[in-house]
Design a binder for this molecule. Structure first.
Ligand code: ADP
Ligand code: MG
Length: 435
């Protein structure tokens, strides 16, 4: 008797669970399979975000598993149930080629944990998804890296009613599109596309800093959309007033709606996030391990998830269920201590072979500015001090200096592997130094 596609699919999923556990998501349970015809297995998923996730991250693993399960050279297609039309709308970006930002199927309201740190932002986001363009327009959400800004923006896109033309893009994409449009004499088309949407969501709007022409263009985009009650949602790593060289008129526009901070989550919220992520990834994690993971990391939720993945990977490779001992082995027994700026200063000074007072001083020679900027970058990454507070450790430098310096280091790290490794080592040392 021929095996039914569903049975085959269950075999495929079983194989994936064994060979690629980190790819598995709870929503795989909603996937259904069509007939296997002409060697092509049709996989039906709920929406385009899921189809894209599977195509991008899982295709080769699934094809391998399908071939192993069927013993035949099958291929797969992922077909969304809701067939949104890109031009007509739906929660789709309209980026060009590779720059296109794709919604992450994990970033929904259902998977967003609320706590005192994010309750306001979350409530506003929900209200907007229900009645876009009414209250909270614009909605400006800000906070340090890894605290859920992108997740929240994408959750709004996922939750918009069908047919709502919702454009979600990064600020860099906006700028690149604008530059391309200017160079190609296609401003008219650019404006049409950006101004004929129901909702515009721009992630990391701080990248408008010092981009005069892009700011000018965005100002007009903003006004056109706002006047016709279209929803505008922006995220940034700092408040509007803290974005360096942002025109005053834009600062006041951004402040005219709701500005909400995403703060660092408390232990309870972090534990709830670990539980949610574990469930999403179909990983069984005992409560004591949840607490262990959540208590080690308090600054960045992306790192929290990274720890969970590490623990799961070790459990898979040892074919041993997750226990506290295993989690300790995966993450190291030492809980990370709260890092302070004096610790960072000391570690960096040692590393660069300069005096702490030189880092904190005013001299602008490169020997001192390089470690000074690295310190500012790490202070932003590892502590919960505000830009002003950080500036206070460096002779009262103002917040824009701190922001510039830490961004410049962030950029450099992306291009310079040696520097990246050095900063990584300093981070580890600072985390373990404690004070
Ligand atoms: P940001 O854009 O602020 O740098 P992201 O939105 O990319 O941060 O979030 C980093 C990771 O943390 C993502 O995996 C995201 O799902 C997760 N995350 C952040 N906040 C929450 C939350 N409140 N509940 C669940 N997951 C969260
Ligand atoms: Mg982000």
């Amino acid at each position: 008797m021929a095996t039914s596609p569903t049975t085959l699919w269950n075999d495929v999923l079983g194989q994936i669970r064994l060979s690629h556990p980190s790819l598995v998501r709870g929503w795989f349970a909603d996937i259904s399979v069509g007939e296997l015809t002409h060697g092509v297995m049709k996989i039906v998923v709920r929406n385009r975000a899921q189809a894209r996730y599977l195509e991008q991250h899982c295709l080769s693993a699934f094809v391998e598993a399908a071939q192993a399960a069927t013993g035949r050279l099958v291929s797969l297609t992922f077909d969304p149930l809701e067939d949104e039309d890109e031009e007509a709308g739906g929660a789709l970006p309209f980026g060009i080629g590779a720059e296109e930002l794709i919604l992450n199927p994990d970033y929904t309201f259902g998977h967003f944990v609320t706590g005192p740190c994010n309750r306001l932002a979350h409530a506003a986001a929900l209200a907007i998804a229900e009645e876009p363009g009414r209250a909270y327009n614009p909605f400006f959400v800000y906070g340090p890296v890894g605290l859920g800004k992108t997740h929240l923006l994408q959750a709004i896109c996922h939750a918009m009613r069908p047919g709502f033309r919702c454009h979600y893009i990064s600020c860099e994409t906006f700028i690149n599109h604008f530059i391309e449009a200017v160079e190609n004499g296609a401003l008219h088309r650019f404006r049409y596309r950006y101004r004929h949407v129901d909702g515009l969501l721009i992630d990391d709007i701080q990248f408008l800093a010092e981009r005069e022409r892009s700011q000018e263009e965005f100002f007009h985009t903003f006004n056109t959309l706002h006047q016709s009650h279209r929803q505008i949602i922006l995220s940034a790593d700092c408040s509007p007033a803290e974005i360096p060289s942002l025109e005053e008129r834009l600062v006041s526009r951004f402040n005219s709606g709701l500005v909400a901070l995403l703060d660092r989550p408390c232990l309870e919220t972090r534990m709830a996030i670990v539980r949610t992520k574990a469930k999403l990834r179909c990983v069984e994690v005992p409560e004591e391990v949840v607490r262990f993971i959540a208590s080690r990391i308090d600054t960045n939720i992306r790192e929290l998830e990274g720890s969970l993945i590490k623990v799961d990977a070790l459990s898979q490779s040892q074919t041993h269920p997750i226990t506290l001992a295993l989690a300790r082995e995966a993450l190291g027994a030492e809980p990370s201590r709260t890092v302070t700026i004096p610790t960072i200063l000391e570690v960096v000074a040692r590393r660069f072979n300069v005096k702490v007072s030189d880092i904190q001083g005013k001299k602008r020679v490169k020997t001192f500015t390089a470690p000074r900027h690295v310190c500012m970058f790490l202070a932003r990454q590892l502590t919960s001090q505000s830009l002003e507070q950080i500036g206070g450790y460096f002779g009262g430098r103002d917040h824009t200096t701190v922001l510039h310096a830490s961004r410049a280091v962030g950029e450099l790290i992306r291009r310079d592997a040696e520097l990246a490794e050095m900063v990584e080592q300093i981070t580890e040392e600072a985390k373990h130094a404690g004070r």
